[in-house]
Design a protein around this ligand. Structure first.
Ligand code: FA5
Length: 341
């Protein structure tokens, strides 16, 4: 009996020499201590022994069982530690390595400038109203004091869908739609895409405008000048000046075109401003009384100012972009320059 027990001891020790994983420890436990393990089977043999031998046999088997359990548990602890250590080494991170930079997108320059313009005017109490891009002849022209066959229609190369439906050539219909819905005081901005049959380095068939409209009692050209002076100081440098030049728009009377001192040469004259020191940024004026009346506003009580600016034009001036088409080419190298990180 002792010989058999010693054989098992030797076998267990030999097996333990070569195990190196928790899985193998599990297999070893099953082999000796499991339901049909070798030591468990020894226990089962007890019933075949003579009654007087059973007690001492049982004692020996139990001692063997305890001994084997102990040495397996000891080895189990060692293997567990070794496995944990190996896992830590496998998962170790070298925190001295430089990090991998995630590539982050950025706003398109036109959106950066649009947001800046909206922020500037919203800070002065303007609300935003967006009109439709496909609009009627009435809103784009007639209600703006441009009847059918009026020569001023040639000022914009309009893209017609049918006789009365067109892609809006400017955001000025936003003035009419607002005045029809709202009585003064009115102070709105109407941004959006506009379309014209126009295509060269400074003109695009699709571009963006922002219309501004203020209607209240006693609104004058002085208010327009003050408002736009403040706007260009926010948009460009604080020493940027504005200049009003007489112009013509059927929906404003008087009408002006507004220039700012060139942001590249600060008024001295350079290639960007073609030597004049000034760059035109928008059209504006005092809302024509006919337009107020057609939209249901009493022109004897109220007056208004309006302006319309091109976002592409301001973006090109601000960032020194010579060709408008660059803004629509989706060239990632160009667009990455506007990543503000
Ligand atoms: C107008 O569109 C008037 N509705 C503006 C206005 C509003 C005047 C309210 C008075 C009162 P104009 O056609 O000049 O005006 O266009 C305004 C601006 O749009 C221009 O200063 C220019 O910056 C921009 N613009 C005009 N055509 C194009 C084009 N094809 N591509 C890019 N920008 C353009």
């Amino acid at each position: 009996m002792q010989v058999q027990f010693n054989e098992i001891r030797t076998k267990v020790n030999a097996d333990l020499e070569i195990v190196s994983s928790m899985k193998e420890i599990g297999d070893l436990k099953a082999k000796y201590l499991g339901k049909s393990g070798e030591i468990t089977s020894l226990m089962r043999c007890m019933k075949d022994l003579a009654p007087d031998q059973r007690a001492s046999y049982g004692k020996f088997v139990n001692e063997l069982k305890e001994e084997v359990s102990l040495i397996i548990a000891k080895k189990e602890e060692q293997v567990k530690q070794a496995e944990t250590l190996a896992k830590y080494e496998r998962e170790a991170v070298d925190i001295t390595l430089p990090g991998e930079e995630a590539s982050v997108g950025s706003l398109h320059p036109l959106n950066i400038v649009k947001n800046k313009i909206l922020d500037a005017f919203c800070g002065m109490g303007f609300e935003v109203f967006e009109g439709p891009e496909i609009d009627s002849d009435y809103y784009c022209f007639q209600a703006l004091n441009i009847p059918k066959d009026h020569p001023a229609r040639d000022m914009q190369d309009t893209l017609y869908i049918s006789d009365n439906v067109l892609l809006r050539p400017h955001t000025s219909p936003g003035q009419v739609r607002t005045m029809e819905k709202k009585q003064p005081p009115i102070k709105i901005l109407s941004p959006g895409r506009v379309y014209r049959a126009d295509d060269d380095a400074s003109h695009s068939p699709m571009f963006h405008q922002i219309e501004g409209l203020v209607v209240d009692k006693g609104v004058s050209l002085c208010d327009l000048k003050g408002l736009l002076d403040e706007f260009v100081k926010i948009m460009f440098d604080s020493d940027t000046k504005t200049r009003f030049r007489p112009s013509y728009f059927p929906f404003t009377e008087p009408s002006v075109e507004v220039d700012v001192t060139c942001c590249k040469c600060h008024g001295k004259g350079c290639s960007l401003c073609k030597g004049t020191g000034w760059i035109e940024i928008l059209g504006a004026g005092i809302v024509n009384k006919n337009v107020l009346e057609m939209s249901g506003i009493d022109s004897n009580v109220y007056s208004g100012l309006a302006f319309g600016l091109g976002i592409e034009r301001i973006t090109m001036i601000k960032y020194g972009i010579p060709d408008i088409r660059t803004l629509f080419e989706s060239n990632v190298k160009f667009l990455k320059q506007f990543n503000r990180r």
